[in-house]
Design a protein around this ligand. Structure first.
Ligand SMILES: C[S@@+](CC[C@H](N)C(=O)[O-])C[C@H]1O[C@@H](n2cnc3c(N)ncnc32)[C@H](O)[C@@H]1O
Length: 263
């Protein structure tokens, strides 16, 4: 994915549900995300290595922005009660097929992660998300919902594009830059084209400090922030090469993982 233009003043109308519906087939085909362990993003160690969630057998896990369901399927295969929510009908259709293929039950819901009203209070032991919360505009509402649906002491673990990466999204050149091209403090919407299908997408830039403050305001205590160094395996290089500048991957953190719990 390449950054193209800040949304501020662009006036472009983007329907994210429709955009992800159109991008889904290319996304799934290109990235071929495995279902053996929950992942945190391109070139990242998986949950098998990081062990941020502990033993998930018998745990109730809600995945926000579950996409093609690979992480939820991995949880279900390990004995968790997995529930996935995503905005995109096509991503969910893929998830449904994949779960069937792997012979596991994952309860799937279409909706915005900002609206968790369908879930009762204290329903989940864990809320998990991989590379999805940066798309949620009403993030305060989303995190308040997460805090509400978690049991006391329940865990929220999520990964994002590292906010520092936004600094190297060159809005003029429409591609990643190896020099700083955008202010870290330029918060708000960013619009860019999905490299696979050319769909315009919108995500929201928040600094690391903003995320910590947002979590605390929602009643979620930050326990860890992880910024793993990319592990450039040949397989992953093929699957994600269109989305990242390899030179930059060696210089700048690309993924951030937050671990928080309900106070
Ligand atoms: C980069 S994909 C990640 C999907 C999946 N977690 C994975 O790792 O492949 C982002 C996902 O977030 C979903 N999404 C975007 N905005 C959303 C929102 N407001 N609420 C819920 N899901 C959203 C998209 O439909 C898409 O499936």
């Amino acid at each position: 994915m390449t950054a193209s233009e800040s949304a501020m003043g662009s006036g472009r109308s983007i329907d994210m549900r429709a955009a992800w519906n159109r991008a889904s087939a290319v996304y799934q085909e290109r990235h071929a995300i495995p279902v053996d362990a929950a992942h945190y993003g391109p070139w990242m160690p998986t949950e098998r290595e990081l062990r941020l969630l502990g033993d998930v057998a018998g745990r109730r896990i809600l995945e926000l922005g579950c996409g093609g369901g690979q992480c939820s399927i991995a949880f279900a295969r390990q004995g968790a009660i997995a529930v996935g929510l995503d905005l995109s009908d096509e991503q969910l259709a893929f998830a449904r097929r994949l779960a069937r293929q792997h012979g596991v039950q994952v309860e799937l819901h279409q909706g915005d992660a900002a609206d968790l009203d369908r879930f009762a209070d204290a329903t989940f032991d864990i809320v998990f998300s991989a590379y999805a919360l940066q798309y949620v505009e009403e993030i305060e509402r989303c995190l308040a919902g997460v805090a509400r649906v978690l049991v006391p002491g329940g865990l929220l673990v999520f990964s994002l594009d590292h906010p520092f990466r936004a600094v190297f999204w060159d809005e003029k050149e429409d591609e990643d830059s190896v020099v700083a091209a955008r202010s870290y403090w330029l918060r708000g919407a960013m619009e860019w084209q999905f490299s696979g299908s050319g769909e315009w997408m919108r995500s929201f830039h928040r600094t690391v400090g903003d995320w910590v403050d947002l979590l605390h305001a929602a009643g979620l205590a930050v326990r860890r922030i992880l910024e793993p160094e990319p592990q450039l395996t040949p397989e992953d290089r093929l699957a994600w090469q269109d989305s990242y500048t390899l030179e930059l991957l060696h210089l700048v953190p690309h993924t951030i993982i937050f671990v928080a719990d309900k106070r």
